[in-house]
Design a protein around this ligand. Structure first.
Ligand SMILES: Nc1ncnc2c1ncn2[C@@H]1O[C@H](COP(=O)(O)OP(=O)(O)OP(=O)(O)O)[C@@H](O)[C@H]1O
Length: 361
């Protein structure tokens, strides 16, 4: 069986504004039914990438293909309305003077009965069948969002482009609408590119995350892989708080107060950073000034004094001032663990959960 072309295939997209490169050689493919989240900090070029794919901005170089067909390069350009893409933005702007059904039917062609059938199908799918005759101002924010989704999906776009589409919703509603949206998109087999700066949203929605920084896609992969095999310190830090311990490599090992860490392939004398998420420490009690014995999986323990302890709901956050160098480490513990300030405890680091990266000057 011949493989179908990807829903979206962008190759080497570049865009500069006033001489500053904002999108720098971005390439990406999205398969039918796949949700890819373009995740990155504010200003890294996510929206600009999306706008070029939508056709409301034009790249300086590079090509965009939808279903294997070229829709835009530097000389050829199909206008936005003929790109077979649906758009959903944060301000989902329904037409206020049109009913819900008319809003959803807006971009549809075909006979009156065909249009009515498609509108009914989609409103049913997003759970708003009973609001057909209502007007946008009569609906809640979440309901309006679902109408916007139905409207974007009505013409059966091959590709859906979404720019922070849920950020206008309050927390609880956001989770619900996100899950519903995902279900509907999967049923329609649409390829989805969703722009977000929220790691939680990307983890929740994405089949694949494309991590973007300073105009470049620095890592792509399934959420599990991006979280557990990050390519650098910034990629770890994008998903959670981090602690960093400095070291220098000698014979593929780094000596630290927490014992030795493997640094395979790193040359002697190279400075490295050992990066640990707050939930990956082990805490032991002090036994007359001594901690637990070293183990291969947790290394040696180092002593610190509790500076602050706070209950956060699902977990407790404990901040330590370390004896060996006065540095601060942030540790989280499930449930309630609130040692008193000034108490000495021993910390060790799970070797399978930390990352060792060469230090970038
Ligand atoms: N039309 C424009 N003219 C000049 N500069 C622009 C233009 N559009 C975007 N930029 C700049 O390009 C950079 C990237 O903007 P972009 O909106 O793509 O970032 P983003 O990653 O989507 O950020 P956010 O999450 O804040 O929306 C920013 O520094 C922005 O100021």
């Amino acid at each position: 069986m011949t493989k179908l072309p990807p829903r979206l295939d962008i190759r080497n997209l570049k865009r500069s504004f006033e001489g500053r490169v904002v999108v720098d050689d971005v390439s990406l493919t999205i398969e039918p039914g796949q949700v890819t989240c373009l995740l990155g900090p504010s200003g890294c070029g996510k929206s600009t990438t999306l706008r070029m794919i939508a056709g409301v901005d034009m790249q300086d170089s590079g090509q965009i293909y939808v279903d294997g067909k070229l829709i835009c390069d530097t000389v050829f350009r199909i206008p936005p309305e003929r790109r077979n893409t649906g758009l959903m933005f944060q301000d989902f702007a329904l037409f206020p003077h049109l009913s819900v059904a008319e809003n959803v039917a807006f971009g549809l062609s075909g006979s009156r009965s065909e249009k009515a059938a498609r509108v009914r199908e989609l409103l049913g799918r997003v759970g708003l069948a009973r609001f057909e005759e209502s007007y946008p101002h009569e609906l809640s924010g979440g309901e309006q969002q679902r109408v916007a989704l139905a409207r974007a999906l009505a013409p059966r776009p091959r590709l859906m482009l979404m720019d922070e589409p849920f950020s206008g919703l309050d927390n609880r509603l956001r989770d619900e609408i996100r899950d519903e949206t995902l279900d509907v998109l999967k049923q329609e087999d649409t390829g989805v590119l969703l722009v977000t700066h929220e790691p939680d949203e990307a983890m929740r929605m994405a089949d694949e995350i494309a991590l973007m920084r300073a105009g470049k896609i620095v890592q792509r992969g399934a959420p599990y892989n991006i979280y557990n095999a990050p390519r650098d310190k910034e990629a770890v830090g994008f998903f959670s708080d981090i602690n960093v311990i400095d070291g220098v490599v000698r014979g593929a090992l780094t000596d630290t107060p927490f014992g030795q860490f493997l640094a395979p392939g790193v040359p002697d004398g190279q400075a490295v950073e050992i990066v640990i998420r707050p939930q990956h420490f082990k805490i032991d009690f002090d036994r007359d000034g001594r901690g637990p014995d070293p183990t291969p999986s947790d290394g040696a323990a180092a002593r610190g004094v509790v500076e602050r302890a706070r209950f956060m709901g699902n977990e407790s956050l404990v901040e330590f001032r370390m004896d060996h160098d006065g540095s601060k480490l942030r540790v989280t513990v499930p449930n309630v663990f609130l040692p008193s300030v000034g108490k000495a405890l021993w910390l060790s680091i799970r070797r399978d959960r930390c990352f060792v990266f060469p230090k970038v000057a």
